[in-house]
Design a protein around this ligand. Structure first.
Ligand code: KE4
Length: 428
């Protein structure tokens, strides 16, 4: 028995499903999760010493790659002074200044510890600011695991067939209205049916938790218009896209300005950081300034801030990193479109990519749901056995980093093409 198997057997006795986050359990693809010992650049090594080219990259935080020097050096230096104080520190100001000075629609920001916490807080602020109760989300979009968002949620909730989690009360879900991604009319109808009651529309500006589903032309612009017409706030959940597509995220990439934005992943450079921010008049609702309460013992943790600040500084000072990583994403999609038959849909934006085991186009949750997850499972394990670490679930994304090379991308494309062919043979 290998060390991953040994660890998994032990883990299942003391951790639910043997993991601390469901998608890691290989539940939808089967087999034994690889316990990772270390990561470096574009690669990870598991407890059995096997090396993989990594296209998960911890689900998005590692735009500079594993063990990137800026984050490591900064965190190492910060921890020499202590791990946490529960008091303000300079790094919190510096990272907030870096963001507010370079992301125009973020005039004020609050640091928290995860994307979930950022979304939960942004929803509360939107309700506090508007005095309204209802929120509109999109089927298949995932915004973390706060109760009101576990309604037709994506990512692991979709993967494990529980888009509506047990334990979420009808009351908690009652104010969550569901629209269809890339369908502005579905949003317009909800506004019409709930006049004056919708506090906000929350959207992944590039959906990346039902696989990757880019916004159709005009979709995000329509959401902006509908929110303005109905006195609701537009929240971009940029936990994945923030600081990934470009420094200003999807808002900058697509030229649509949200009222609030949520961040996670890259903002911490690999350490646990989330954040929410936006227009000053809205953010001034947040305690201790305003009546919307939100707090956190480790919010703005100095070691996490150091890692996040070093990462954002590197990205801001070296914009060529964005052109390179986005070019690698385009190269991967191009290679896959040339190699995979019409039975697979290749999607993506920037350094995000996805192979759906269903013919395209994939424009919403219903389209994504047609994917053959049994084929995906065979595909995943073939790739894993050939040294390529992909998301252990169809309804996720492939993430590239600045540590990946063209050679990495061509290797990945080759393995993916072979893996897809193998997966389809299984159906023969
Ligand atoms: P966290 O609470 O996991 O830091 O962030 C929640 C979240 C919020 N919004 C978006 C758009 C997200 O993608 C996420 C989390 N992403 C998943 C990957 N699909 C995290 C992986 C996991 O759940 O283990």
């Amino acid at each position: 028995m290998g060390r991953s198997e040994e660890f998994f057997a032990r883990a299942k006795r003391v951790l639910p499903g043997g993991v601390n986050s469901p998608v890691r359990a290989f539940g939808s693809v089967g087999g034994v999760p690889r316990f990772v010992r270390r990561g470096l650049g574009s690669r990870i090594v598991d407890e059995d010493g096997k090396e993989y080219l990594d296209l998960v990259c911890s689900w998005g935080p590692l735009l500079l790659g594993h063990a990137a020097q800026p984050a490591l050096d900064a965190a190492r230096a910060a921890m020499e002074n202590g791990l946490t104080f529960g008091a303000p520190t300079a790094a919190e100001v510096e990272i907030a200044e870096l963001i507010t000075q370079n992301v125009p629609h973020v005039e004020m920001i609050r640091m928290v510890n995860s994307g979930t916490e950022a979304v939960m807080s942004a929803l509360r602020v939107a309700r506090g600011f508007t005095g309204r109760d209802k929120v509109i989300k999109f089927s298949g979009c995932y915004h973390g695991h706060c109760d009101s968002m576990l309604v037709k949620a994506g990512s692991g909730a979709l993967t494990f067939g529980r888009p509506n989690s047990a334990g979420v009360t009808a009351g908690a879900a009652a104010d969550t209205l569901l629209a269809a991604y890339n369908d502005p009319q579905s949003v317009e109808r909800l506004f019409r049916e709930n006049p004056g009651q919708v506090a906000c529309v929350i959207v992944e500006p590039v959906a990346a938790n039902m696989g990757v589903v880019p916004p159709q032309d005009g979709f995000l612009q329509a959401l902006r218009r509908l929110c303005d017409e109905n006195g609701a706030l537009l929240i971009f959940d940029e936990v994945i896209t923030g600081f990934r597509l470009c420094f200003g995220g999807a808002a900058q990439a697509f030229g649509v300005t949200p009222d609030l934005v949520t961040y996670g992943k890259i903002i911490g450079g690999g350490m646990p950081v989330g954040a929410y921010g936006g227009r000053r008049e809205i953010m001034e609702m947040v305690s201790p300034l305003g009546p919307v309460y939100q707090a956190g013992t480790l919010s703005g943790n100095p070691v996490a801030m150091a890692a996040g600040l070093a990462t954002l500084r590197a990205l801001h000072e070296r914009p060529e990193l964005y052109s390179r990583v986005n070019r690698l994403g385009a190269l991967l999609r191009g290679e896959l479109e040339n190699r995979l038959g019409p039975s697979c849909a290749v999607t993506g934006v920037g350094s995000l990519c996805c192979v759906f085991f269903t013919p395209g186009p994939v424009r919403c949750y219903e389209d994504a749901q047609r994917a053959d997850t049994a084929q995906y499972a065979r595909f995943f394990h073939y790739a894993l056995d050939h040294g390529l670490y992909l998301a252990p679930a169809q309804f996720e994304a492939m993430f590239l980093s600045a540590a990946h090379t063209e050679e990495d991308v061509r290797f990945a494309a080759g393995v993916i093409a072979d893996a897809a062919a193998y997966a389809k043979e299984g159906d023969a």
